[in-house]
Design a protein around this ligand. Structure first.
Ligand code: UFG
Length: 335
């Protein structure tokens, strides 16, 4: 019998590469499909790598014909909220149409299990916090709308075609592999923790805090930072659930602890021992003041137990990766 494979779409990206590593460590055979638009080929070393785009039906057909795909984990998408408002066509193509192409290829090849990367952005401005799965779904940007539409398509595809899915609504993914084998590399970088690390190490002059007049304890936005390895673990448990015949579901995924932007900066200063030059700027459009997850559903149903829930540990792993990257590009940081 042909060996079974897990197809990781977007496996050269930040979360997808950590997931592929985890799958390989646990004895799974991995096939990675990535168009390298934002991922890195050198991060896609934990499986058979295929460069290709979900808009290409020939590639999709080849992937499913040549490899015995048992289940799909779908990370590939465009993720910048601001860009999704200025260039919605890109987001409807990449996130919606391409997800549909993937699902239709799964249908044609009788593959009936998929884990989908969704987002806290499907909730819009929170009506209460922490946010559980019963919270109204009211995305306020195109990025969030594309993810919600795919969740709705998944529900229809389960009912009509029996494709089982788990949608994981990430809050703020952060951190890196604890031994710095992998980490976060976005270009351009827009996420807070890597930007603050850049400011600490002098790779950029400072960090601009977007708004200090929010209705929070220190006036800056509060977010729920979840370690990328804990995210991986949630995908693993979701995969086991589907492979064991479990039903479709969706889960919110965060630590349940909120940290303000100022607290993240203080954590970076404490972990690195370096001063972070800070500027205070105006609010960024579309930023809710507080986004914190109530993840009790996945804890109760799938037994998910985050291992790295302290912010300092998340920042420590991100810092180790940051130093490794800087040293490899000869911008040696002597710390
Ligand atoms: N921030 C700054 N300065 C910066 C960058 C970010 O103050 O230079 C602040 C933001 O205003 C926000 C917090 O840091 O309050 C975190 O910002 P990120 O850009 O790191 O993350 P977001 O919370 O905006 O985005 C995350 C995911 C998105 C997802 C969104 C859902 O990265 O993919 O949550 O709301 F859409």
């Amino acid at each position: 019998m042909k060996i079974k494979n897990i197809l990781v779409v977007g496996g050269a990206g930040y979360i997808g590469s950590h997931m592929s590593w985890m799958l390989r460590e646990r004895g799974e055979n991995v096939v990675i499909l990535d168009n390298l638009s934002s991922g890195h080929k050198d991060a896609a070393f934990c499986g058979t790598f295929i460069e290709g785009d979900l808009c290409n039906p020939t590639i999709l057909n080849t992937v499913f014909t040549d490899h015995n795909i048992e289940a799909v984990i779908h990370f590939a998408s465009s993720i910048q909220v601001g860009e999704s408002m200025s260039d919605p066509a890109k987001y409807y193509e990449n996130n919606l149409v391409n997800s549909l192409n993937l699902l239709n290829a799964m249908r044609s090849h009788n593959v009936s299990k998929i884990i989908f990367s969704s987002t806290a952005a499907i909730f819009g401005n929170p009506q209460y916090t922490p946010i559980n799965e019963s919270h109204p779904l009211n995305p306020i940007n195109t990025y969030g709308r594309t993810k919600l539409m795919v969740e709705q398509i998944l529900a229809d595809y389960d009912r009509a075609y029996g494709i089982k899915s788990i949608s994981l609504r990430y809050f703020n993914a952060a951190g890196a592999h604890p031994e710095s084998i992998l980490g976060e590399r976005h270009d351009p970088e827009t996420h807070l923790i890597p930007l603050v690390l850049d400011a600490a190490s002098g790779r950029r002059p400072d960090i601009t805090v977007f708004g200090k007049d929010y209705d929070t304890y220190d006036g800056t936005c509060i977010r729920d930072y979840i370690h990328v390895m804990d995210l991986g673990e949630a995908h693993w448990l979701s995969l086991q659930h589907l492979i064991n015949g479990g039903d479709s579901n969706s889960f919110n995924l965060g630590n349940g602890n909120g940290y303000s932007v100022n607290e993240v900066i203080r954590s970076v200063e404490s972990v690195t021992g370096l001063d972070v030059p800070v500027k205070y700027g105006s609010r960024r459009f579309g930023d809710p003041s507080v986004l914190v997850s109530d993840s009790s559903k996945i804890i109760d149903m799938l037994g998910w137990a985050p291992q790295y829930s302290s912010l300092d540990e998340i920042v420590k792993h991100a810092w180790q990766w940051h130093k490794r990257q800087a040293n490899e590009s000869n911008q040696k940081i002597d710390i």
